[in-house]
Design a protein around this ligand. Sequence first.
Ligand code: GTP
Ligand code: MG
Length: 296
Amino acid sequence: MKKENESKTVFVTICGRPNAGKSTLLNKIMGRKVSIVSPKAQTTRVRVTGVLTKNDCQYVFLDTPGLHKAKSGLGQAMMQSVSEGIENADITLFVVEAGDRVLAAEKSIVRMLRANKMRAFLVINKTDTVKPPQVLETIAQFSPLYNFEEVIPVSSLTGDGIDVLLSELEKRAEPSFFYYDSTFVSDMPDAKYVCEVIREKMLYNLGLEIPHTVALLADSFEQNETLVKCSVTIYCTRESHKGIIIGKGGAMLKKISMQARLELEEHFGKKVFVECFVKVKNDWQNNSSMLTQLGL
Ligand SMILES: Nc1nc2c(ncn2[C@@H]2O[C@H](COP(=O)(O)OP(=O)(O)OP(=O)(O)O)[C@@H](O)[C@H]2O)c(=O)[nH]1
Ligand SMILES: [Mg+2]
């Protein structure tokens, strides 16, 4: 543990509209995957911490769910986690997609920032997808919304601008002891990470509705030097969804599990055996004990 006079820390919350690329940004900063990513909105459901220690600076990042109008207990808990994340940050990264226009989600974030007089950077993401004049247009759209301390264009795909972002954040770090060991990366338990990777594969393989109405919980998780064994229950809300998730002769579930297994073997550096069961649990999104079990 470093002494206070030689180390510094900055707490950074990443927020923005669904699909702005917040989790991709965190993964790029970390140089590894800590938070799942997909082209579908509302991929991230719970806050994910990523801790990066570079020399004498510890950056503690919090990835949050995309801001949207909550329609269920799940949505409300997700939105609550965004405002708590903002309240606890030294700096909030307000992530927008290059080429986007201001919508209700951005206005809500601005209200949260104002309410707490939070310091914030405007981060224009996905600069690889537009021409430079469009980046300027996006800055012109969003920068009047708040008194941003910095406006930083980045591409979370190519890594462009990430070094500038980190150096501006480092300038805001305060002298303190390290809150986490310098090798610490993420607070997500392994069993939860397995569920998240499976959910990510569901987001890629199933249509729009089903992945948003599933919840995954690990029933068991064991590992030794060479093998990870995990049993997971996928809760869905309708019998018809269960059939689609399992697929003809189990083909869909097999495909999802196989894709997850390959990625998890890379992640853990050992063989992975995942067993998935699908169960119907009506209206779990409004079941408080289920939400607690999911970490919300
Ligand atoms: N081309 C390009 N694509 C990006 C970039 N950043 C993210 N994406 C893509 O944008 C999509 C959404 O990325 P996520 O990181 O899941 O977005 P998010 O903001 O975390 O979304 P939620 O968790 O749903 O709020 C994915 O398909 C990413 O691959 C970028 O800089 N360039
Ligand atoms: Mg996300």
